[in-house]
Write a protein that binds this ligand. Structure first.
Ligand SMILES: C[C@](O)(CO)[C@H](O)COP(=O)(O)OP(=O)(O)OC[C@H]1O[C@@H](n2ccc(N)nc2=O)[C@H](O)[C@@H]1O
Ligand SMILES: Nc1ncnc2c1ncn2[C@@H]1O[C@H](COP(=O)(O)OP(=O)(O)OP(=O)(O)O)[C@@H](O)[C@H]1O
Length: 287
């Protein structure tokens, strides 16, 4: 039995950090949405019960450190599954980029194995299991658009923003999420207005969405990597409606309504940065 599951990346339309908690995590409030840039997870059931993993790109761990492997192992041990699986990942999402690449692979593995191993779990149950793997995994289990609170695992689903193009620009350096959280000065952050962003989305007001984009982690990432700030300025210079860093970075994205403008930004950036993608927002949630 074999299945290919799509694992889309996410972007943060807002990311606010409210306070540091006693358990080492930060209390966040953020609006996330999925975009049509996806890894493809090939799952093949192995009757002998072994678990193996392979990835088509060398810079992602192809061992038990891979979040997709961790997801499979969690399901297998928790539900005492006798069958095994071979996981093969076609990696299209840039790594350590702020796009939840590892988290979405884990979430897609949970969804796919739930079917292949006939576990009959609901998305809510899969999301709860996903929280044991990482803070972004519950959102990735559902996809779509949501406000995430707590350490990222408490979700309130909201309607999709109006359709638009997203130009994703990943500069060459990787950023460690843990390091950026560690560097945050929580008392002097610039806070986005989450409520206003949610209103803008519900009203399908594209210009207001662009105006409300905000990420409290930008300054910490920019101070470690000044080139990322320069990249943001450059992208703005190409005339995008709204420009922001996603997650802990370093990916910068631009939202634009018309395709010719998206292409213009793409063409302008392609000479400077290797990894540039023009994609659509993915409005709907996984079934
Ligand atoms: C930056 C975001 O991507 C925004 O969506 C997420 O908040 C990060 O989510 P993630 O990569 O799934 O993070 P996890 O794998 O759960 O945690 C990695 C590390 O980031 C820090 N971390 C993460 C989430 C959070 N709310 N507070 C934190 O302080 C912790 O030091 C943790 O050890
Ligand atoms: N399936 C996977 N895909 C990518 N990275 C993985 C995977 N499994 C484990 N990792 C490891 O996780 C780390 C973070 O990679 P990832 O691409 O998920 O970062 P990210 O996009 O910044 O995540 P987030 O936005 O959730 O903070 C890397 O060091 C990578 O080696």
């Amino acid at each position: 039995m074999h299945r290919i599951v799509k694992a889309p990346a996410k972007i943060n339309l807002t990311l606010d950090v409210l306070r540091k908690r006693n358990d080492g995590y930060h209390e966040v409030e953020m609006v996330m949405t999925t975009v049509d840039l996806a890894d493809r997870i090939h799952l093949t059931v192995l009757s002998e019960g072994t678990m193996t993993i392979d990835v088509d790109k060398g810079f992602v761990p192809s061992n038990e450190q891979n979040l997709a492997y961790k997801a499979a192992k969690l399901l297998k041990t928790r539900f005492n599954v006798q069958e095994g699986v071979h996981i093969y990942i076609e990696k299209n999402i840039p790594v350590s980029a702020g796009l939840a690449g590892g988290s979405t692979d884990a979430a897609a593995t949970l969804r796919g194995l739930n079917d292949l191993w006939n576990l009959g779990l609901s998305l809510d149950e899969l999301a709860e299991l996903g929280a044991e793997i990482g803070s972004d995994v519950p959102f990735c289990v559902y996809g779509g658009t949501a406000i995430a609170r707590g350490r990222g695992e408490k979700l309130e689903h909201i309607p999709a923003p109006p359709p638009c193009w997203v130009v994703l620009v990943k500069p060459p350096m990787g950023v460690s999420t843990k390091d950026i959280y560690g560097k945050l000065k929580v008392d002097s952050l610039k806070h986005p207005d989450t409520a206003s962003m949610v209103e803008a989305i519900k009203e399908k007001d594209f210009n207001r969405i662009c105006k409300e984009l905000g990420n409290a982690m930008e300054e910490a990432t920019f101070s470690l990597n000044p080139e990322v700030l320069n990249l943001k300025k450059r992208v703005k210079g190409f005339g995008a409606n709204g420009v922001l860093m996603s997650g802990s970075g370093p990916t910068i994205y631009a939202l634009v309504q018309n395709q010719s403008r998206a292409d213009r930004i793409y063409n302008g950036l392609k000479g400077f940065v290797d990894q540039v993608f023009v994609v659509r927002l993915l409005g709907s949630r996984h079934e």
